[in-house]
Ligand binder design. Structure first.
Ligand SMILES: Nc1nc2c(c(=O)[nH]1)N[C@H]1C(S)=C(S)[C@@H](COP(=O)(O)OP(=O)(O)OC[C@H]3O[C@@H](n4cnc5c(=O)[nH]c(N)nc54)[C@H](O)[C@@H]3O)O[C@H]1N2
Ligand SMILES: Nc1nc2c(c(=O)[nH]1)N[C@H]1C(S)=C(S)[C@@H](COP(=O)(O)OP(=O)(O)OC[C@H]3O[C@@H](n4cnc5c(=O)[nH]c(N)nc54)[C@H](O)[C@@H]3O)O[C@H]1N2
Ligand code: SF4
Ligand SMILES: [Mo]
Length: 685
């Protein structure tokens, strides 16, 4: 076992945090020898990490010292998107970028758009200095919706925020519903609690259209059609009502809108839901009985179920369940989608929205970047986007309807700066490509969306080559833009301290690398939800005021099988286990495990199309076409195909990926993406 105490004159062990968009937020220990990181381990002193990392991050040194790491600033030569660059000095690059931004901002700063997401979840290298920069500039706001917006809004409206059970108490549950999540792939440390519960006799049920690695290991798998989760949740409620598996006292004291929800649930007998979901009636009635009669019962909800038109309503319906049965009374009962709302982040101090003054720039949604880059100046839209600064994201690969995203990025009149570790699909379109530091090379501080500890990340090694931190690039640009507020000279350690202010003891972070938030074990045992009413809001007044349904309901997908003869198959595109979104696709050892981009198909769907296992197929719809290899697999249910992982387009079979097919429509709540609400046809090539 490696602990930070094993320090010698040539070797040291540095405490850090995994930066990736993963609920586990592991504590890392990096062994450094002669200035070089030689191994990255999980810190066993951190209870949530428990000394274990996933395969991806155990290979972190391979990614860090990858021969294709960007090590110097580059300037485009040749046409947009050709990916040809020449080296340029930092000073020259930054001077030119600042000059271009100044000229655009002099006409209208809203023509500048930041584009970023969760390449790093660090609060400092994420939006720490960047938000200050764009606020001072008055650039367009970006709605950062691409992952979790519908579920987030659902939790806000129902429970009052991204709050819920503590992950460690799932180990004590007697019934666990894993709902819309492939935990073994995407939430490994949660899965360890499930294993414990299972050893202690708990029943584990997986609700997922795909027979995942996780489903394989559960007692029951309910393979419903994509986008039908709300129908299932309402039918469960129907059964809870008709069998009186209700906690009347909890409902009366701690919930709002029961009469209305009860009435709606009674419209959903299991037979009706079974039709909609494409599952057996008995699976629904059995699940309802188990959920209604087992104490404590816990739901691990994850974002996989909310990337469809009705995703927000579905998450809301599911979030109502533990209040109906009083599951919240026990610390091992309730629901967890995300714990991130529990962290006392001082966003006002970190992001400095006050720098906007009276200005209120327009907001563009990162999901619709394809359309928005192709729009001209107009009264409804505002100015045409003239410049984009991309950091911590790879939109050309991850945003929906990539045909349009590519056309947008290919505009010769768009000025694009990309801060990156690698020459990604997006980086190919940059005018300036700036080398960024990795987590081993910079300071940061992290909240988590799977547990309730704050983590500090110290740099283990010096920046490679000429790489610079995101913060440093924005500080340097701010100076050139003439931004004089003192916040633009804050160093990274100061930003780390600012993120939580006095709410988290920084000394403890420096000493241990992590600190637990002081929180009750059973957050809603006595109600006290952080909603306006203080109750679990089955009925949301705030939604009703927006003209929306105040109660959760089932909203069919935009694209439902049966509605189109041309596109008879539903396609979902969940994460690949050895990638993290599009990160790691270029790490050879991990790509070798994934092999090639594949589409899982049920044998009947393949047979009727003359497709054999391993055939190269064309997956297509009106938006585009994507080539990959067919895998005939029981992991796919009839009528649904699974296009795994967000591959880099240029590392796929014919320069496209699965997002060629996905649509830019938005979810019912939160204006999120509908990646898994997508019809296609498949043909042998
Ligand atoms: N290894 C790995 N880990 C990851 C990621 C990764 O790419 N790779 N991504 C990270 C990110 S960004 C996130 S947001 C988190 C969260 O992770 P999620 O995005 O929730 O991803 P998964 O856990 O794979 O869960 C998605 C599951 O939902 C299923 N699903 C699809 N449509 C539906 C539906 O309509 N209903 C239901 N019930 N299920 C459906 C899919 O088949 C899949 O098994 O994971 C993170 N962790
Ligand atoms: N079809 C389909 N599409 C999807 C999904 C899906 O399930 N299906 N999942 C969606 C989800 S859940 C999400 S969250 C999004 C994710 O979309 P993104 O947030 O764009 O995630 P990544 O693809 O991992 O790209 C992150 C990039 O940030 C870079 N990066 C990491 N750290 C740093 C840093 O410190 N500095 C700089 N400058 N760069 C850094 C990495 O090298 C990487 O290229 O994709 C979405 N797209
Ligand atoms: S990606 Fe997730 S499981 Fe892997 S090391 Fe990072 S936080 Fe842990
Ligand atoms: Mo995500």
């Amino acid at each position: 076992m490696i602990t930070p105490e094993h320090i010698s004159s040539v070797a040291s062990v540095v405490r850090g945090a995994c930066p990736h968009d993963c609920p586990d937020t592991c504590a890392l220990l990096t062994t450094v020898e002669n200035g070089r990181a030689v191994r990255v381990h999980g810190n066993s002193a951190h209870r949530h990490t428990d000394g274990v990392l996933c395969t991806k991050v155990s290979r972190y040194t391979e990614r860090t010292y990858h021969p294709e790491r960007l090590l110097q600033p580059l300037r485009r030569v040749g046409p947009k998107g050709a990916g040809r660059f020449e080296p340029v000095g930092w000073e020259e690059a930054l001077d030119d970028i600042a000059g271009r931004l100044k000229a655009i901002a002099a006409r209208n700063p809203e023509a500048v758009l930041p584009y970023s997401y969760a390449g790093t979840m660090g609060l400092v290298q994420g939006e720490g200095m960047a938000a200050r920069f764009f606020h001072q500039l008055g650039a367009s706001h970006l709605e950062r919706t691409i992952c979790s917006a519908a579920g987030t809004e659902a939790m806000v409206q129902t429970l009052g925020g991204k709050v819920g059970m503590k992950v460690e108490f799932f180990a004590e549950s007697k019934l666990i519903l894993i709902w819309g999540s492939n935990s073994i792939a995407s939430n490994l440390h949660f899965w360890r609690h499930v294993q414990q519960a299972k050893r202690d006799g708990a029943r584990i049920v997986c609700i997922d259209p795909r027979r995942t690695e996780t489903a394989d290991k559960c007692h029951e798998h309910i393979a419903l059609r994509p986008g039908t989760d709300a129908a299932l949740a309402l039918a469960l409620m129907h059964e809870l009502v008709t069998h009186d598996w209700l906690d009347h006292d909890y409902i009366a004291q701690h919930t709002l809108g029961w009469a209305g929800l009860r009435e709606r649930a009674l419209q959903w007998p299991p037979e009706r839901a079974a039709q909609v979901c494409g599952v057996a009636v008995q699976q629904i009635t059995d699940l309802a009985r188990d959920y209604g009669t087992t104490r404590p019962a816990a739901i691990r909800l994850n974002y996989g179920m909310q990337r469809v038109r009705g995703g927000g309503n579905a998450a809301r319906a599911i979030a109502c369940l533990p209040a109906i049965t009083g599951a919240w009374r026990h610390r091992a009962g309730g629901v967890l989608l995300s714990s991130s709302g529990l962290f006392p982040i001082d966003r006002a101090a970190l992001h400095r929205p006050d720098l906007l003054g009276a200005r209120r720039p327009r907001t563009l949604n990162m999901v619709t970047i394809g359309d928005d880059l192709l729009r001209e100046t107009s009264p409804g839209f505002g100015p045409k986007v003239e410049a984009m600064i991309v950091y911590n994201s790879n939109p050309v690969a991850v945003a929906p309807e990539s045909g349009k995203v590519v056309r947008g990025f290919a505009r010769e009149d768009l000025f694009t700066v990309v801060l990156e570790h690698f020459q990604t699909d997006t980086a190919d379109f940059a005018d300036y490509l700036l080398p960024a530091t990795t987590q081993l090379e910079h300071w940061d501080v992290h909240a988590s969306y799977g547990h309730t500890d704050v983590l500090l990340n110290r740099p283990a090694i010096a920046p490679l080559g000429q790489a610079r931190t995101n913060t440093d690039v924005f500080r340097a640009l701010a100076r050139r833009m003439g931004f004089t507020d003192p916040c633009f000279v804050d160093d990274d350690e100061t930003l780390c301290r600012t993120a939580f202010g006095d709410a988290v003891p920084f000394d403890e972070l420096l000493e241990n690398g992590f600190a637990s938030l002081p929180l009750p074990d059973a957050p809603f045992a006595h109600g006290a939800f952080p909603t306006p009413s203080g109750r679990c809001e089955f009925f949301s007044e705030r939604l009703a005021m927006q003209g929306l349904d105040g109660l959760p309901d089932y909203l069919p997908n935009y694209e439902t099988t049966g509605s189109s003869a041309a596109w008879p198959l539903a396609m979902i595109s969940p994460p690949a286990r050895n990638f993290l979104n599009s990160t790691f696709v270029n790490v050879k050892s991990l790509r070798d495990i994934e092999g090639e981009p594949i589409l899982e198909m049920h044998a009947t769907d393949a047979r009727s199309r003359g497709i054999a296992d391993g055939d190269v197929v064309r997956v297509f719809n009106a938006r585009g076409a994507y080539h990959c290899k067919a895998r005939i697999s029981p992991r796919a249910r009839p009528g649904v195909v699974n296009g795994l992982g967000v591959w880099w387009r240029k590392l796929g079979l014919r320069g496209t990926n699965v997002n060629e097919l996905t649509s830019q429509r938005l979810t019912d709540l939160g204006r999120g993406p509908v990646f898994y609400d997508c019809l296609v046809e498949v043909a042998k090539t």
